[in-house]
Design a protein around this ligand. Structure first.
Ligand code: NDP
Length: 253
């Protein structure tokens, strides 16, 4: 490992696939002990196995972030087991697009529950621990990285509720940043464009097809590209806070 995160503990939500899995690997490669959280235990096991095989340290945390009690218990469990929490990557999320008219309401409920409420539960539980880590060696700084999207800056027809959740993540992150940055907790917002992951798998087929058509033939971001950005911002010196990263595939308009 590079050693830049040696002695730190990182919690990554949505670590069973896509950006979260790549981020877990990237932070472990920097020396962090990574707690990989999501619902699919078999997929988390694979990610953790890979990390350990590569010489890193990681553990599995089976968690549905929409369960407030479970989210708080998971965060507190990390600190009980590993003694500290230096980095939280709030990445768990879902995109269920389509017109507002006649939209299945359960899709809206799921996006608000995961993208907004789940993120808030984890953030709330993690903050006291991050504030402690921010005063502790070796770094004397702590990080909360919240994954938004280009959709958190630019609303689009057919993505209204996803836009709502990700704009919310951006607003909350900036407000929290102002609250804790003087105490050396850095709150960063990452806004990826189209990344090749499992994100589209949960969409209704017609909605998925429209999205795929929009990006057909274009070279999308890979999950590792976003993980690189996250690893970069959590390895900056104590006095440097990268507040926001907007990263698109070059061919995305
Ligand atoms: P994936 O579908 O590959 O990953 C989503 C992750 O979230 C999975 O690990 C999933 O794990 C987890 N997750 C979903 N629901 C829950 C839940 N209730 N509790 C805990 N974990 C949950 O997609 P991406 O990697 O693309 O998505 C990661 C983040 O990146 C999301 O917030 C997404 O909005 C954002 N993003 C993605 C973009 C893209 O183009 N792919 C662009 C911009 C932003 P499990 O099912 O095992 O619980």
């Amino acid at each position: 490992t590079s050693g830049r995160l040696d002695g730190t503990v990182a919690l990554v939500t949505g670590a069973s696939s896509g950006i979260g899995a790549a981020t877990a690997r990237a932070l472990a490669a920097e020396g962090a002990l990574v707690v990989a959280a999501a619902r699919r235990k078999d997929r988390l096991d694979e990610v953790v196995e890979d990390i350990v095989d590569a010489g890193g340290r990681a553990t599995v945390c089976e968690l549905d972030v929409t369960d407030q009690t479970a989210a708080a218990a998971a965060v507190d469990g990390v600190v009980a087991e590993h003694g500290r929490l230096d980095v939280v990557v709030n990445n768990a999320g879902m995109m269920l697009n389509g017109p507002v008219e006649d939209a299945p309401l359960d899709e809206w409920e799921r996006m608000v529950d995961i993208n907004v409420k789940g993120l808030l539960y984890v953030a709330h539980a993690a903050l006291p621990h991050l504030l402690v880590a921010a005063e502790a060696e070796p770094r004397r700084v702590a990080d909360m990285v919240n994954i938004s999207s280009v959709a958190g800056r630019v609303p689009r027809l057919g993505a209204g509720v996803y836009n709502l959740t990700k704009h919310g993540v951006g607003a909350f992150s900036e407000s929290l940043r102002q609250e804790v940055t003087e105490r050396h907790v850095r709150v960063s917002l990452v806004e990826p464009g189209a990344v090749a992951t499992e994100l589209l798998d949960h969409q209704r087929p017609d909605v998925r097809e429209a999205y795929q058509n929009r990006f057909r033939g274009k070279d999308l971001l890979q999950a590792t590209d976003v993980a690189d950005a996250i690893a970069y911002l959590v390895t900056r010196p104590r006095h440097v806070a990268i507040n926001e990263v907007l990263v698109r595939p070059t061919q995305q308009q």
